[in-house]
Design a protein around this ligand. Structure first.
Ligand SMILES: *Cc1c(COP(=O)(O)O)cnc(C)c1O
Length: 394
């Protein structure tokens, strides 16, 4: 077990470690779904009152999973966390666990495709009323949050449009009516997070992204106060089967050791790329939250030292130019993940966000010329040269 006064980099390596009787150096992978009891009485006792290092079934918890949860909670500055099979299991689990029929939810409109589906199609099916607003507009939050609003949901930095939300202000508005603030923090990353400090109640990551960081395993985490996490969140997820595989938890637990190094390097590259391509004749704009060309730069830099590991470019020539650009890239691979060690280019309108109705795209900034570029760990100059060469092909 680590100490809470350690700096984040130290916690990323030691926090939450549980050692078996063998005293292994590297965290053990407990690839087991079940646990044995010394006697019938011991089994009975564990089902009545489960001790901290006692487990029942991997859908409820597992020692490797618990190490991952404890370490994620610690670096987020939260009391506890629940690990899930994917980022979407975390988003849907958190919303389903705290909302019920008749409740009112306010959500930012700039959402990842699957988050958009949960908020606009799944929740209304169960009688949850949702108001969608422009998350950048504080007056819109003020107008939408009502005395009976139960929760607000938002992406702190939206995927892929990189809109930034004034999280502290939204938390104050929500808390004034007793609403929970649920933040999808995937684009921000656990390294540049400000969600807890700003007042968020439940902080969600797709750990498929920065935490794995090498494109291997799906995973998700919900972090927050213990009464929420071990209350409604755990109860809902353990009975509906959203738990992470212990194997995936182990891969991502070990990945946390290098998270800080990787994410900071990727963020440095992101800034360097913005500087290198800004003003290019083929572009309407290049966007990154903490680059000075971003319309919300002042807000982004007040909230965090860095805007993450992803930039977007908007090509003047629309879809044709975007496809020419994508096909000319050599260092970047065309795929739809981000925060991988490999640089990845995505055309959101035809892939990750193709389900956003065409008529709703303009209001969330989804244009045919938009390309999302996830910075890898390759040499920054190779990344810049690759982008410039591909832009030259248009
Ligand atoms: C990727 C992503 C998710 C979903 O995560 P999975 O691990 O793929 O289920 C949710 N929200 C945001 C903002 C994402 O980028």
């Amino acid at each position: 077990m680590g100490k809470t006064d350690w700096k984040p980099q130290t916690q990323l390596i030691h926090q939450g470690t549980r050692r078996s009787q063998y005293g292994e150096v590297s965290e053990a992978l407990f690839l087991t779904q079940g646990f044995v009891y010394d006697s019938a009485e011991a089994a009975e006792a564990r089902f009545v009152n489960q001790g901290e290092d006692e487990f029942i079934y991997a859908r409820y918890g597992n020692p490797t999973t618990r190490m991952f949860e404890d370490r994620m909670a610690a670096i987020e500055g939260c009391e506890d966390a629940f690990a899930t099979a994917s980022g979407m299991a975390a988003v849907s689990g958190a919303l389903m666990a705290v909302l019920q029929s008749g409740d009112h939810l306010v959500s930012s409109r700039a959402l990842f495709g699957s988050c958009n589906y949960i908020v606009t199609e799944v929740l209304p099916k169960f009688g949850v009323e949702t108001t969608l607003i422009d998350g950048r507009d504080l007056d819109a939050w003020k107008a939408a949050i009502r005395p009976d609003t139960k929760a607000v949901f938002l992406e702190s930095i939206s995927n892929p449009t990189l809109e930034v939300i004034d999280l502290k202000a939204v938390c104050e508005l929500a808390h004034a009516v007793g609403a929970l603030v649920i933040v999808d923090n995937a684009m921000c990353s656990p390294i540049f997070t400000y969600a807890k400090e700003a007042g968020a109640d439940l902080i969600i990551y797709s750990t498929t992204k920065h935490v794995d960081g090498q494109g291997r395993c799906l995973g998700g985490i919900i972090a927050g106060d213990r009464d929420l996490i071990r209350g409604p969140i755990e109860t809902y997820l353990k009975h509906t089967g959203g738990a992470i595989s212990p194997f995936n938890a182990w891969v991502q637990l070990k990945s946390l050791e290098t998270l800080d190094l990787r994410v900071r390097q990727q963020a440095r590259t992101a800034l360097a790329v913005c500087d290198a391509v800004e003003g290019h004749r083929a572009l309407n704009f290049v966007r990154y939250p903490t680059h000075k060309a971003h319309p919300q730069y002042d807000l982004a830099i007040t909230q965090s030292e860095s805007g993450g590991t992803v930039i977007t470019i908007d090509l003047k020539g629309g879809k044709d130019a975007a496809f020419t650009f994508l096909n000319a890239l050599k260092v970047f691979t065309i795929s739809n993940n981000f925060a991988d060690a490999k640089s990845i280019a995505t055309h959101p309108c035809t892939t990750t966000h193709k389900n956003v109705p065409v008529e709703r795209r303009p209001e969330v900034g989804l244009t045919d010329g938009l390309v999302r570029l996830s910075m890898g760990l390759e040499d920054p100059q190779d990344i810049i040269d690759d982008i410039l060469t591909a832009l030259g092909a248009i």
